[in-house]
Every structure is written in C-alpha cells, then in structure tokens.
Design a protein around this ligand. Structure first.
Ligand code: NAD
Ligand code: MG
Length: 386
C-alpha cells in the first residue's frame, strides 16, 4: 500500500533483489497512475488499486494487455488486503488514510510491515489489541523503531528501563523562533540526511515526526511516556537505543538508508545479505548528541501532551498536523503557525478517553474541520504580514 511513494518504491527495490523470496500480489497508489502502471508491468501483481477514481480508466487502458485486475477508490484498499494469497502487507501510505486498510489487513490475519506511523498515532490502543487478537506480526519499518526492535531481539526476558529515539534535528537544528518565523517550505523540504515524501520531510523539520514516533514507540513496545526519550543526533548513524534494567545500553547503527529497515521487516527473523553501502567509522570521527529544543520546536512537546492526555487526543494532534503541513506546503501558513493551530485544535476538539474505530474516523474528520477553519483565518493574516 503506497507503492509509488518513497518507502513503496524502496520496498520494491528490496523485493526485486530477492525474487526467490518475494512475490508481489497487489500494488496500490493514490494518484500516480503512470508509475503504478510501470510497476505493474515490472512486478506483475494480480491486482492494482488506484485510490483516485478519476485515474481508473487510464490505468485500466494502459494495462489491458496484461492479466491484472484494476480497481479504484479508497474502499478497494480495504478489500484487496484480505486476499488469501497475501502473507504480508507493507503499509506505506501516508497519513491517517492508512488506518482503515491497515486495520482491515490485521483483521484478515496478515503480517504488517508498518511504515505508516500515523496508524499507531491515531488508534494505537485499538490497533495493538487487534494485533494481539489476530496473532499477527507488526514489524516496524520506521528506522528508529526498527533499531529498537533489532536491539530487543534475544531479550524476551529482559526489562526495559527506557528507550532513546534519535532525531537528526532536521534542516533548522539550532535555529531560534525568530529565524523560524520566515522560513519557506523550500528550505524545510531540504532534509540534511534523508530523502523522503513531502509530508514526513516537513514533519522532520518541525520535530512533529519525532513526536509521532514517540507515540508510535509507546504502542509498539508497550512503554510509558517517561520511558521514551528523544536525543538529537545530527549524523543519523545511531538509529536508536534501548537501556535495560541493569543500565546496559544497546544501539543499532548504520548509514541512513531506509532499505535496511525495510529489508529487515520483510526478512525477519532472517538477516539477508545485500550490497548496500557499508558504514565506515573513520568517515564519521564524531557522533554527537544533544537535547531537542522544544521551545523553538513546540510540536514535540505537543505530541508528548497528546500522548499523556490519551484517548483520541493523538488522533486530534495528527489530523491537525496533516492539515497544517498541507497548508504550509502551499505557502498558506508560516512555520511557527503550524504549532499554534495544532495546539488550538487540541483545545477545541472534543476529547474522549476511549474510542472505537468509528470514533477515530469522526475525530479525524472533525479535527480537520477545526484546523481548516484556523488555517483559513491564519492564511489571511499571514498573507498580509508577507
Ligand atoms: P510518500 O508521499 O512518498 O508516498 C505515499 C504513498 O502513499 C504514495 O504511494 C501515495 O500514492 C500513497 N497514498 C497517499 N495518500 C493516499 C490515500 N489517501 N490513499 C491511498 N494511498 C495514498 O510518503 P513516504 O515518505 O513514502 O511515507 C509513507 C509513510 O512511511 C508515512 O507514514 C511516513 O511517515 C512513513 N515513513 C517514511 C520514511 C521515508 O523515508 N520516506 C521513513 C520512515 C517512515
Ligand atoms: Mg523515523
């Protein structure tokens, strides 16, 4: 799911390297019909889904000479993951749109390689209950969570003291609020270490990505908020660390390349040979660590607040964030206004202590409405100020 994106295309590169291990059954995309068609020709899935229904005929026509079923629409995403031939679903779409299809896959008993962190942010409790109930493996693709997961292998009996999630700090590390007032989306899109989709790249610049990852880690590893620390590590070599009850710390290291965590999620528990570039210690004589600046980058603090509040609050945070990031990418709100709007949405949306899947969908919708209204107000002021 999300085959045409940054994670999706890299996952297909991994799949291509091991034809004896993997066989693609289904490919899905939102709007990029051209790439989806090209991928279908290369990987020969039985089904492709284009979520954007206006692209259906184009895809259907382009693939009429090969035996593939073409479907369209969001509902089809939930249908296709249930296919009996599927063992594992790579959830690599972006945003809360990933929740329903990922839940459908879990309910159908499929293992999940999870890149779509928003699924756990929005509905972590519910998703983890379903994972338990259906006995599926939920394998992290996010590099930090893959690192923690790799450190935990062989530690079944051990007690975890805490974990440290590393953060690159993004393109504005070390900058103050005054500087951040006028940064553009072009600047924010220039990530120092990773090439990723637009939404997560902006989230990395605001530190919301780390906030979402803290919530993701809470659910994946069953931790309390106080057991999750964030440490800024600009070189992105140490991908995260686990501290055990005896004080011993394990870390996972490597060059920043998402293909490694993707590959591990797909081959777990095996480690499989590859030709990825190797890390060389002398190329990195200094690995440095510092505290995150939550005064300049308030989103990280807001994410901790949402996590502590629990219930549907992380869903509210996430929905507001998706709205403001889209607005920032269009040049309609400033960098710092994103945090203000998220905070106000968290204050105005209705907080529920416990929620069903429908409650989360409704919270997502209502929080977006509030955030859109706040964006519209902010947009007018922002354009006057510019
Ligand atoms: P991307 O924007 O490059 O790709 C997103 C994919 O999802 C595309 O194939 C798109 O067609 C599909 N999609 C988007 N909206 C959809 C919708 N409403 N319905 C159906 N399909 C939809 O994003 P990405 O960078 O690959 O990120 C995907 C997920 O992985 C995100 O949750 C992100 O946080 C996470 N992640 C990404 C990276 C990375 O290096 N890119 C690293 C860690 C985690
Ligand atoms: Mg990450």
């Amino acid at each position: 799911m999300g085959a045409t994106g940054s994670i999706g295309t890299q996952a297909l590169e991994v799949v291509q390297a091991y034809p004896e291990r993997f066989d693609i059954q289904v490919l899905t995309a939102a709007t990029n019909a051209e790439l989806l068609v090209q991928q279908a020709r290369t990987f020969r899935p039985r089904v492709v889904v284009i979520a954007d229904e206006s692209k259906y005929l184009g895809v259907k026509n382009a693939l009429r000479d090969i035996p593939v079923t073409v479907l369209a629409g969001e509902a089809a995403l939930e249908e296709v993951v249930r296919d009996g031939a599927i063992d594992l679903v790579i959830s690599a779409l972006v945003g809360s749109a990933g929740l329903r299809p990922t839940v459908a896959a879990i309910r159908a008993g499929k293992d999940i390689a999870l890149a779509n962190k928003e699924t756990l942010v929005v509905a972590g409790q519910l998703v983890m209950e379903l994972v338990q109930k259906h006995g599926v493996n939920l394998l992290p693709v996010d590099s930090e969570h893959s690192a923690i997961f790799q450190c935990m292998v062989g530690e079944a009996g051990a007690t975890v003291d805490k974990i440290y999630l590393t953060a690159s700090g993004g393109p504005f590390r070390g900058k103050n609020r005054e500087y951040l007032t006028s940064v553009s989306c072009e600047q924010a899109l220039r990530h120092p270490n990773w090439v990723m989709g637009a939404k997560i790249t902006i989230d990395s610049a605001t530190l919301m990505n780390k906030g979402l990852e803290v919530i993701e880690a809470k659910w994946l590893f069953g931790l309390q908020a106080r057991q999750i620390d964030v440490v800024v590590h600009p070189q992105s070599i140490v991908h995260s660390l686990v501290q055990f009850a005896d004080g011993s710390i394990k870390a996972q290291l490597g060059l920043p390349d998402m293909k490694l965590p993707i590959q591990y999620a797909l081959t777990y528990p095996d480690r499989v040979e590859n030709n990825f570039k190797r890390f060389n210690f002398v190329d990195f004589p200094e690995l440095t660590f510092e505290r995150p600046d939550t005064v300049a980058f308030r989103n990280l603090a807001l994410a901790y607040q949402a996590m502590e509040a629990g219930g549907n609050m992380p869903c509210i945070l996430n929905a507001a964030n998706e709205v403001v990031v889209a607005a920032f990418l269009k040049g309609n709100v400033g960098f710092l206004q994103m945090s203000d709007i998220i905070e106000e949405t968290m204050q105005r949306a209705v907080h529920m202590a416990a929620a069903t899947l429908d409650d989360y969908m409704e919270t997502d919708r209502k929080s977006r409405e509030i955030a859109v209204e706040l964006v519209t107000k902010a947009k007018n002021l922002y354009h006057i100020a510019k």
